[in-house]
Design a binder for this molecule. Structure first.
Ligand code: ADP
Ligand code: MG
Length: 494
C-alpha cells in the first residue's frame, strides 16, 4: 500500500491506474484518491489517534495540516506559514504526540508561545488530542503566575511543556525543568514572539536542548527575521506556505471614508447596519480605546475594552464575557489583542487604520474563521487615505470603498448580548467544578440546563453565563443556595 498522503510522489501513478479503469468508474476513483489526500486516515497514525480525531469532529485536514503533517510525521524540520485560524495547532499537536513515549517520564516536547492565553489554548488543543494516549502529562508554564505550583508540577517531569519563553527560562535556570531528552521543539506564532522581543530568550532556551531534535516553526507572517532564526535553529527545514495572508476569499472587506469628528457616529452606524453578533473594534491607542468605550456605553451598547493596563484577573474576565456571549463588542489595541483567539468573530472594525498594512491584515484575519465569511470594516479620513493605499499596495489589489450614507441606522437599534455572566468567588482551589455550578442552578428545576451557557473555572474564581431573561433568578438561586456544600459570593458582571 503506497503512502497516499505523499501526493506529489504518487499521484501520477495513481492516475495511471484510474485511466485503466472503465470510464464509468473513473470519476469516483479519482474523487476517492483526491479525498485520501485530505482525510486524516491517510496518515500513518494509530487507530486510537484516528478515532479520537473523528470524535473531535475533524472531518478532513485543513490545507496547512495536509501539507505539513506528512513532513512532521517523517520527523523532518518544518517552517510553516499559514494564516490565523488555519489549524496549525493540531498539526504540531498530532506531530509531537505521535512521537511521544508515554512510558518514558522525561520532557520530550516543548512548545514556546508568545502569550499566556495562547499557551492555555495550545495546551487545551494538545490535551484534546492526547486523549488517545493514556497517561500523558502536560504542564503549562507562563509568567504572571506564582512559581510554587509550577515547581510542584515539575517534581515529576512532564512529557510535554507549553509556555512563554521568559518563564521557561526561569525554570531552566533554577534547574526545575530539564530539556536534555527533548525530541520536539515547537515555536508557535514565531513572528509575534520576535515582535515582542523574545528572540534572545528563545535562543537561550534552545541552548538547553539537544542538537538532535525536530524543530517546527509556525508563523502567520513571513518577515526576514523568521528566515534568519530558522537558519539558526533548524536543520534543512521543509518550507510549507499555504495561501497568502492577504486572501480575500473568506473576508468581505469594506472601507468607509468619513469626516474627522464623525468616527464614533460612523462606528455606531456600522454596528446598527451590520448587527454583528460579535465584533472587535481596533483602536491605535489605549486612550482612544477608553474614550470609545465611554461613548458607546453612553449610546447604549454593551462594550468591554481590552488594553494593556488591565490586571490579569480583569483581562480574564473581559475575555470570558466576550467568549460566553455576554458581551458582543470588544474594543482593543493591537498589543492587548495579541494571543487572543476568539471563535466565530463576525466582524472586525477598524476605528482607526493601522499605519502598518501587515498589522491591518493581521487584524482582519481574526474574522472569517473556519469557513464562515468574515466582515472587515474600516474607517478612514481623507488625510488617512495614504494608509488605504498602502494596504492596496500590500495586497496588490484595490479595496472597496463605500459611503456611510449607505448604512441603514436607527436610534432604536441596540445590540443586546444574549447572555449575562455571573461571577463566583470560588474556583479550582475550592474544588468548584462546572458540574457543581450546573447542579446548583438546575437543582430546583426552575432553570433548564439549556438556559445555561459556558462555565469557566479559574484557580480562585469561576464564571457562568446564563440567558439574559433568567439572570436575576439565577443570581438569587446561586446566592441563596450552596455550591459543593459551601456558600459563595455571587455577583452579576456589568
Ligand atoms: P491557528 O493556530 O492556525 O491560528 P488553530 O490551530 O487555533 O489555528 O485552529 C483554529 C480552529 O480550528 C480551532 O478551533 C481548531 O480546533 C479547529 N480545527 C483545527 N483543525 C481542524 C480540522 N481539521 N477540522 C475542523 N476544525 C479544525
Ligand atoms: Mg496558532
Amino acid at each position: 500500500m503506497p503512502h497516499l498522503y505523499d501526493t506529489n510522489h504518487h499521484l501520477p501513478c495513481d492516475f495511471a491506474i484510474i485511466l485503466a479503469l472503465p470510464k464509468s468508474q473513473q470519476k469516483s476513483a479519482k474523487d476517492s484518491i483526491l479525498m485520501t489526500t485530505i482525510v486524516f486516515s491517510s496518515l500513518p497514525l494509530s487507530p486510537e489517534f484516528l478515532s479520537n480525531i473523528s470524535a473531535l469532529e475533524y472531518k478532513e485536514m485543513t490545507p496547512i495540516q495536509a501539507q505539513s503533517l506528512p513532513v512532521i510525521l517523517e520527523g523532518k524540520d518544518l517552517l510553516a506559514q499559514a494564516k490565523t485560524g488555519s489549524g496549525k495547532t493540531a498539526a504540531f499537536a498530532i506531530g509531537l504526540l505521535h512521537k511521544l513515549e508515554s512510558a518514558n517520564y522525561q520532557t520530550q516536547a516543548l512548545v514556546l508561545c508568545p502569550t499566556r492565553e495562547l499557551a492555555d489554548q495550545v495546551s487545551t488543543e494538545i490535551r484534546r488530542h492526547a486523549r488517545a494516549i493514556p497517561n500523558t502529562k502536560l504542564v503549562t508554564l507562563c509568567g504572571g503566575k506564582s512559581m510554587l505550583p509550577q515547581l510542584a508540577s515539575l517534581e515529576h517531569a512532564p512529557h510535554i511543556v507549553v509556555g512563554t519563553p521568559g518563564r521557561i527560562l526561569k525554570h531552566l535556570d533554577k534547574g526545575s525543568l530539564k530539556l536534555d531528552c527533548l525530541k520536539t521543539l515547537v515555536l508557535d506564532e514565531a513572528d509575534r514572539m520576535l515582535d515582542m522581543g523574545f528572540s534572545e530568550e528563545i535562543m537561550r532556551v534552545i541552548s538547553n536542548t539537544p542538537k538532535k531534535r525536530q524543530t517546527l516553526l509556525f508563523s502567520a507572517t513571513y518577515p526576514d527575521q523568521i528566515k534568519k532564526i530558522s537558519n539558526k535553529i533548524q536543520n534543512n527545514p521543509v518550507d510549507v506556505r499555504v495561501e497568502s495572508v492577504h486572501d480575500d476569499k473568506e473576508i468581505k472587506q469594506i472601507f468607509y471614508e468619513i469626516d474627522a469628528g464623525e468616527r464614533t457616529k460612523a462606528v455606531i452606524g456600522l454596528l446598527q447596519h451590520y448587527k454583528p453578533e460579535s465584533s472587535i473594534i481596533f483602536c491605535n491607542t489605549k486612550i482612544q480605546c477608553q474614550e470609545l468605550v465611554n461613548e458607546l456605553w453612553k449610546a447604549g451598547f454593551h462594550v468591554l475594552s481590552l488594553h494593556g493596563d488591565l490586571e490579569q484577573r480583569e483581562r480574564d474576565q473581559v475575555i470570558v464575557q466576550f467568549a460566553n456571549k455576554s458581551s458582543s463588542i470588544l474594543i482593543a489595541t493591537d498589543v492587548a489583542a495579541r494571543g487572543l483567539d476568539i471563535k466565530d468573530l463576525q466582524a472586525v472594525i477598524n476605528f482607526e487604520l493601522s499605519p502598518d498594512p501587515e498589522i491591518h491584515i493581521h487584524r482582519i484575519g481574526r474574522t472569517g474563521r473556519a469557513g464562515n465569511q468574515g466582515l472587515a470594516l474600516s474607517l478612514f479620513t481623507s488625510s488617512e487615505k495614504f494608509r488605504v493605499e498602502a494596504i492596496e499596495e500590500f495586497k496588490k489589489s484595490p479595496v472597496r470603498i463605500d459611503k456611510t450614507t449607505t448604512l441603514k441606522t436607527s436610534n432604536y437599534q441596540k445590540i443586546i448580548p444574549p447572555m449575562v455572566t455571573l461571577g463566583i468567588n470560588g474556583g479550582r482551589k475550592d474544588k468548584v467544578r462546572a458540574g457543581d455550578i450546573l447542579g446548583a442552578l438546575t437543582g430546583t428545576k426552575e432553570i433548564q440546563g439549556t438556559q445555561i451557557g459556558k462555565i469557566d473555572i479559574f484557580d480562585k474564581y469561576a464564571y457562568v453565563a446564563v440567558e439574559h431573561d433568567i439572570a436575576t433568578q439565577a443570581l438569587e438561586l446561586l446566592s441563596e443556595g450552596k455550591i459543593k456544600g459551601r456558600k459563595f459570593k455571587i455577583r452579576r458582571l456589568k
